[in-house]
Design a protein around this ligand. Structure first.
Ligand code: NAD
Ligand code: DAU
Length: 342
């Protein structure tokens, strides 16, 4: 089949493209990406050599351009990763999040209906459930947990999820949704916690931990997220939502200390800075449904995944050093320059 993958020049989308090209030699993968600050064509360098892969630089909000690609490629399936994905940026400037994450999703679904796509998959996030208290480790997000968003980013992703549900029920779009916890691994943009801490530690720069660093995230190696989406796309039930996570909850401060240890850097690099506005305390996914119904289980333990990730950043310095030497420097100055040390 032909699969359209949006946002494939970003972190998870690119890993998914490599996963599909490796595991489904019979399929054709077509990537649509606007190449925003978060999209990087060099990430797809190897894929571009594969005759089963095609790339289009396009904004998913550009209806005419998207329809033209569907007309030409006649996809069987669509996986929509394309999004503005960084919570901190959504707090600075929400508008582009509403445009890409909501209206872009609408365009992709309209195109899927118009061209009779057999499967539409929406890549969503556990952040649509809001957060859990630190003193209730017995609580987890299930697919029945009510939507309760905190940031403009999570509100835009939740809005898209509601639209997907509406398109499925009203227009019969054969859609599924996955809601995954925090990913880490190769090609993770260095504005996010793990790659930012690795890059800063390697340059002996301060490691800015928000608030007290007690917030908990549920980390999953990116390849495990890709295998979950692949399963849902091929075997998931239309109209269903699947939570994806590996029961790997960690406090931010513990992750940062672990990175220091692994890189042989002193913990004195850690600086506690002004907290993120509306900062979610704890995310924790219950993946029982995808395990029970599709037999999905994560393969990579956090210790191994972090080891592989650090190794990747050490051996792909050019990839992230190019990013942090460009426009990213202005971003970093703007976002971290004004943050008070606590
Ligand atoms: P990313 O920011 O690394 O990549 C986003 C990609 O989308 C980039 O290549 C960018 O160029 C592209 N893009 C942005 N706007 C576009 C537009 N208007 N048209 C076409 N392309 C556009 O994001 P990511 O971390 O890889 O996340 C991918 C998806 O997974 C997002 O939908 C996100 O909400 C979801 N998700 C992410 C995580 C995580 O931990 N990173 C966890 C769960 C879900
Ligand atoms: O849970 C899934 C979500 O995970 C995805 O939907 C988002 O697209 C993805 O960006 C991620 O969101 P988070 O806000 O959890 O990830 P981030 O890496 O930005 O932050 C992780 C935690 O680390 C969070 O509690 C904030 C904290 N943090 C982050 C940065 C960038 C710091 O303490 N210092 C930092 O410099």
């Amino acid at each position: 089949m032909t699969i359209i993958v949006t946002g494939g020049a970003g972190f998870i989308g690119s890993n998914f493209i490599y996963f599909e090209l490796k595991n489904h030699l019979e399929d054709r993968v077509v990537c649509l990406d606007k190449l925003t600050y978060a999209g990087n064509l060099s990430t797809l360098e190897e894929a571009l050599k594969n005759p089963n892969f095609a790339f289009y630089k396009v904004d998913i909000c550009d209806r005419a351009a998207v329809y033209e690609i569907f007309e030409k490629e006649r996809p069987d399936a669509v996986v929509n990763f394309a999004a503005e994905s960084h919570v901190d940026r959504s707090i600075e400037d929400p508008e582009i999040f509403l445009r890409t994450n909501i209206l872009g999703t609408q365009v992709m679904m309209d195109a899927s209906l118009k061209y009779g796509v057999k499967r539409y998959h929406q890549v969503s996030t556990d952040e649509v459930y809001g957060d859990l208290p630190l003193d209730r480790p017995d609580l987890f997000f299930t697919e029945e947990t009510p939507i309760h968003t905190s940031s403009p980013y999570s509100a835009s992703k939740a809005s898209a999820d509601l639209l997907v549900g509406a398109y499925q029920r009203t227009f019969g779009l054969p859609a599924t949704i996955s809601r995954c916890s925090n990913n880490y691994g190769p090609y993770h943009f260095p504005e996010k916690l793990i790659p930012l801490m690795i890059a800063n530690a390697l340059s002996d720069k301060p490691l800015p931990v928000y608030g007290k660093g007690e917030n908990v995230r549920d980390w999953l190696y990116v390849e495990d997220h890709c295998s979950a989406i692949d399963l849902i796309l091929r075997r998931g039930t239309v109209g269903e939502i699947y939570n994806v996570g590996g029961h790997n909850e960690m406090r931010n401060i513990d992750i940062v200390k672990l990175i220091c240890r692994k890189l042989g850097k002193p913990e004195s690099l850690i600086t506690f800075v002004t907290d993120r506005k509306g900062h979610d305390m704890r995310y924790a996914i219950d993946p029982a449904k995808i395990n029970r119904e599709l037999g999905w289980l994560p393969k990579t333990k956090f210790a191994d995944g972090l080891e592989k990730t650090i190794e990747w950043y050490l051996t792909h310095r050019e990839w992230w050093e190019t990013i942090i030497s460009g426009e990213y420097r202005n971003y970093y100055e703007k976002m971290y320059g004004g943050r008070e040390e606590l």
